[in-house]
Design a protein around this ligand. Structure first.
Ligand code: GLN
Length: 542
């Protein structure tokens, strides 16, 4: 079959959840047996979000092939189990970069290089790149930003041209907002009408409208929007707030979004998607009553998207273990010897977050010492693992002033140090150790037991590493380096045997955890947290 292209655009306001709608649609099409991929086109000039701090765009997600990507790619993977790559995330910066490179090579043969057609052609080429591999029946392209932004114009012009060229092989799904005016007790359709009009002025007629709303959309509102926007009434879909984003595919299917898309592309739309595994997960989620309390110690706690993949991995693991997640964000900058006891004593498990730079670092050491001494299940991820090593060096090995050279270039004990390959690097963009690498696990270790195997592959994003020179001293003092890269021997996993669960990974297991395939380390960590909670409950009862 010809590859079908679905474009997802957004109007009225940002943060409507285009990524979740795209992921949900992909989820349903996959459940109907189609081969699907999703890509995100971001209108900003940065080459990738790797150089953006989390205050700008939330977490930076990392693909297996080492691309620092928009966090929506994390949703795509979690909802669909597909593995995205650098081809699934394109920015204006990358489009311009390749056009300028071609110009310098002389590829344009003396022509004046312009937004139309050169930039738009490059966008079109990128849109079709994955489709042209022949590996996909559907390519879903999410256009970042909001219709009306100056920055999105070349993307929308490319979509207009592609729609014209592709005919029935393309569908445009437009996401808008339907506000509820409490004083009038009414849902307002005007912003949607305006946003569709804006899209029409650019030459794009949406086929499907997804209405984000906090109040149920009445039949009348639906009909009105259909009439004013030239869309079939059954192609106007409501997307109301739901307790969990993982319910969205079900809500979309209830309104036959998948069937409508199939009908619009001329494919048979009868039949049902195979949703049993997904529904099983939702059933577990709904039936859980008891909670498990996890503290996440980091410096971006006021940002709900900064640790997105960790939150979702925890949520998945907790759901599989039949509990509800009670996640507490703990500001590492505010943590000190005076308040650590009161802050952490209610936690069933503690995660020390990844991160960069000095801010909030000492609070992480305070948390770690407390967790280690109180034998609380503790999970350090990337910088969190490095902090585990530093705290152990200072307080168990007695290496006063031990640190990472990232935080203190003059530390007497550089137990975490810049990787050799990083020493000659001056450009900050895309130059970390990025993407999936193998890690060999020591047989008999906690890590190996949780994965159920001794060779794993996980994703990375770091410049610093465990300093090999200290390895034997750590091992003699109890902290074992149980995971390493088979080729370079870079230490990937440390753990302290004899503890309930005290483990750190240089890699980011959260990037590979999906709803249908949760990461074993998160499952193991949550398991330990639940056991710890039960132990404490039992001792209280006695
Ligand atoms: N800042 C640390 C490094 O670069 C850790 C990075 C991270 O936590 N992702 O090695």
């Amino acid at each position: 079959m010809e590859t079908k292209y679905i474009f997802v655009t957004g109007g009225v306001v940002s943060s409507l959840g285009k990524g979740i709608i795209s992921s949900s649609l992909a989820n349903l099409l996959i459940a109907r047996g189609f081969r699907v991929t999703i890509q995100k086109f971001d209108p900003y000039i940065n080459i990738d979000p790797g150089t953006l701090n989390p205050y700008e765009h939330g977490e930076c997600y990392v693909t297996v092939d080492g691309h620092e990507a928009d966090l929506d790619l994390g949703h795509y993977e979690r909802f669909t189990n597909i593995r995205t790559t650098r081809a699934n995330n394109v920015t204006t910066g990358r489009i311009y970069q390749s056009v300028i490179d071609k110009e310098r090579r002389g590829d344009y043969l003396g022509k004046t290089v312009q937004i139309v057609p050169h930039i738009t052609d490059e966008i079109k080429r990128k849109v079709k790149q994955l489709g042209n591999t022949g590996q996909f029946d559907f390519v879903i392209t999410e256009i970042g930003g909001v219709v009306g932004d100056i920055e999105s114009l070349p993307f929308l012009e490319a979509v207009r041209q592609l729609r014209w060229e592709l005919g029935r092989d393309s569908v445009c799904v437009h996401l808008t907002y339907v506000p509820y005016i409490a004083a009038a007790k009414e849902l307002k359709t005007k912003p949607t009408q305006h946003s569709v009009k804006q899209l029409q002025q650019l030459g794009i007629q949406p086929d499907v409208l997804v209405l984000r709303t906090e109040h149920p959309v009445t039949e009348e509102v639906r009909r009105k929007i259909a009439l004013f926007c030239n869309v079939a009434p059954d192609a106007v879909v409501e997307s109301a707030d739901v307790p969990s984003i993982y319910e969205v595919p079900v809500k979309m299917h209830e309104q036959r979004l998948d069937g409508t898309v199939l009908r619009l592309t001329g494919l048979p739309s009868d039949g049902e998607p195979h949703m049993a595994p997904w529904l099983g997960f939702l059933e577990k989620m709904r039936s859980a009553t008891e909670s498990v309390t996890i503290g996440l110690v980091g410096k971006y706690v006021e940002l709900q998207d900064a640790y997105k993949s960790i939150n979702e991995s925890l949520f998945q693991a907790v759901t599989y273990e039949g509990r509800r997640l009670d996640l507490r964000f703990i500001h590492s900058e505010k943590l000190d010897e005076g308040n650590v006891d009161e802050t952490l004593s209610g936690m069933d498990g503690v995660i020390i977050a990844p991160g960069f730079g000095h801010r909030g670092i000492e609070g992480k050491f305070v948390a770690l010492r407390w967790c280690r001494e109180h034998d609380v299940p503790t999970f350090g991820i990337c910088l969190g693992m490095q902090c585990m090593v530093i705290e152990y060096a200072r307080n168990v090995l007695g290496l006063e002033g031990a640190n990472s050279t990232e935080m203190d270039t003059k530390t007497p004990y550089n137990v975490i140090d810049l990787m050799e390959e990083q020493k000659s690097i001056s450009d900050m963009g895309g130059t970390m150790r990025l993407g999936a690498f193998d890690c060999a696990l020591r047989p008999g270790s906690l890590a190996a037991a949780m994965y159920g195997r001794t060779l794993v592959s996980e994703r990375h994003r770091h410049r610093f590493e465990f300093n090999e020179e200290y390895r034997s001293r750590f091992e003699a003092a109890g902290m074992q380096c149980v995971g390493e890269n088979p080729a370079t021997h870079l230490v990937e996993v440390v753990e302290v045997p004899g503890k309930r669960w005290y483990l750190g990974t240089q890699y980011h297991p959260e990037y590979s955890s999906t709803v249908l395939s949760p990461n074993p380390l998160f499952i193991g960590f949550i398991d330990a947290a639940i056991r710890y909670k039960e132990e404490r409950n039992e001792s209280k009862e006695q």
